[in-house]
Design a protein around this ligand. Structure first.
Ligand code: NAP
Length: 300
């Protein structure tokens, strides 16, 4: 099999030179009691990348799953994220995540949202602090050995411009983790990130829980004709578009099937078909946050 077809071995080279795997296991809504087994099953199936977050409340069990899988730490890519109410406590945030995970470092530490929520009132944004202050603190982590790369998540073009143009921004985010599936393709944002040398990770890459994409006639027809599942086609689409994908599952058979991506690919025409699906939906909006973070037209 040529390297071109070995999607599960594929990596993307970040601006820092580090190589990030093309497929990882997502763990949002993977409950304690399930997530450790899921992580172990994924690593057993060949995954070498796990995505978690302080906000998911499952870092400790993710860490246990990693240990139980028995693969040396240096062969794994672990991403975790700074939670919104921790923006004024970045150093404490990474230490807490590392302690939870039982690890000395993470490969990628992301600012989960560009929103500095007051921990004493989750409906309030700090009046005297914003994501630029948070990024200034995150930059200090580089060189401590606790993080190999730093990045952001849920940043649209407006907020990326604010961050990149601020004189305090000395280190460019290596990654922007954003919602990416054919019904939320974010073409302008992906192009913008590419121009700035910021790699994208695609979250909710299957369309998340009860995905409306599974009813899409074009996708179902395409998958049937290829003899693949709609989920495999969605993952292959993302990888071929140039971002890494992090499908979440706590079901061993699905974890395995989602990693069965080698030896086949989508033709340019099939990629075009998925590029041109008409429906639109967004899994993760900003209604639940104290401030708006997605600006009109800055994602499409
Ligand atoms: N940065 C952020 O703000 C952010 C936001 C959202 C997500 N994320 C990350 O991205 C990851 C993925 O996104 P997501 O969790 O929203 O959704 P997703 O991965 O798009 O979809 C997960 C859903 O699909 C189901 N599923 C997985 N494989 C399947 C298969 N082969 N056949 C049928 N159903 C399947 C899962 O069910 P079972 O688990 O029951 O098998 C689960 O209900 C998250 O877990 C998290 O790590 C990050």
């Amino acid at each position: 099999m040529s390297q071109h077809n070995a999607h599960t071995k594929k990596t993307y080279t970040l601006a820092t030179g580090d190589k990030m795997p093309a497929i990882g296991l997502g763990t949002w809504q993977s409950s304690p009691g399930q997530v450790g087994e899921a992580v172990k099953a994924a690593i057993g199936a060949g995954y070498r990348y796990i995505d978690t977050a302080l906000a998911y409340g499952n870092e400790a069990e993710v860490g246990e799953g990693v240990k139980a899988a028995g693969v040396p730490r240096e062969q794994l890519w672990i991403t975790t994220k700074l939670d919104n109410p921790w923006h004024k406590r970045v150093a404490e945030g990474i230490d807490t995540s590392l302690k939870n995970l039982g690890m000395d470092y993470v490969d990628l530490y992301l600012m989960h949202w560009p929103c500095s929520t007051d921990p004493d009132d989750l409906k309030k944004h700090y009046p005297d602090w914003n994501f630029i202050d948070t990024w200034r603190e995150m930059q200090k982590l580089v060189g401590t050995g606790k993080v190999r790369n730093i990045g952001v998540s849920n940043f649209d073009i407006v907020n990326l411009e604010k961050l990149l143009n601020d004189p305090s921004c000395k280190i460019k985010p290596a990654v922007n983790q954003i919602e990416l599936h054919p019904n939320n393709p974010s073409k302008k944002l992906v192009t913008y990130c590419g121009e700035k040398g910021i790699h994208c990770t695609g979250y909710s890459c299957l369309g998340s829980t009860d995905s409306p994409l599974y009813k899409d006639a074009t996708l179902l027809k395409l998958a049937e004709a290829k003899g693949k599942t709609p989920q495999q086609c969605l993952l292959q689409w993302g990888i071929q578009k140039g971002w890494d994908v992090i499908p979440k599952s706590v079901t061993a058979s699905r974890i395995e099937a989602n990693f069965d991506l080698d030896g086949w690919w989508l033709t340019d025409e099939e990629v075009d078909q998925l590029d041109n699906l008409k429906d639109r939906f967004k899994v993760c909006g900003d209604d639940w946050l104290p401030i708006k973070v997605f600006h009109e037209g800055a994602i499409e």
